[in-house]
Design a protein around this ligand. Sequence first.
Ligand code: BGC
Length: 332
Amino acid sequence: MNRTLLYTVLLFAFMTATGYAVYFYKQSQLTDEKIVEAMLSENDFPEYHFALIGEEMNHDYWRLVGQGAEKAEGSYDVFVEYEGPKRSNPVEQLKLLDMAIKSKVDGIIVQALNEHFTPLIDQAVAQGIPVITIDTDSSESMRSAYIGTDNYLAGQLAGKALVEDTKGEATVGIISGSFDNAHHLQRVKGFKDVVEEVEGIKIVAIEESNISRVDAEEKAYQMLSEHDNITAFYGTSSYNGVGIVAAAKSLNKQNDMYVITFDPIDENIQLLENGDIDAIVEQQPFEMGLLSIKKMVENINGEPIQEVYHTDLSIIRSSDLPNRNRQQSGSL
Ligand code: BGC
């Protein structure tokens, strides 16, 4: 073999070996990068994990709370686990609270329906998990803050609306969402404190609906059968108005019946448009959800937060609807 051929073979072998070396070096670099990327993405969890526990998932009011929380979730490094019984069930709701404590979330936002929630809230706080109450407060617990309606004031507003609209003359039946739950008790108390000051207004019966439209209808029907002089109803929960109207219709009493209820869910707005419901107490569930996440993050970050954030309240009558529809369609 002559020298030139030998050098050519050696040069070719050298270049091939160098090529492979460079290729494998690049490949190993790429693999390292991928490993680092994978490790980073595995640790790319949001900074905080919160549990938000409501009363009834299959309900327009609670869907709005969830949407508010979801909006806030987009602005902070948090993951919000939103849960609650499908249908109102305080025992199941307490179990969810217990599970959130056991799974050591970073913060709990809970509707504190009744006094059974207080020891569990205190247990969470004792274990270092901050708690914010929403919609219904447990003021004697160790929660950091309450965000929601002033339920006593809401009852007073409803009472004032009824007095104004009936010109101070009415025989009233009350359908409360529940006799055990703090917010409904406060809504009834606020209402009574206002109407009992007015001579022409008499409350003749009070029943509970377990926030269900079927129960509300049954109770309203029973009340109307026992007290055929009832001229007005006050419902403290979203579906009470729908139930009251159905009962009044089946007894052919809807025309002269004054009805005030809570929450502008679609059915209530339709009944307001038709004139079957006369007034609705409007709360701010979206705002409650949004603010609860914001305040929990601030609280955990050591920023000062207030003890109570009362969200807005208003009364909607049919005369407010055109303005409201214009606002919602953005044509104002
Ligand atoms: C109350 C909630 C309740 C909802 C459904 C609202 O008026 O604020 O606590 O879960 O009605 O009845």
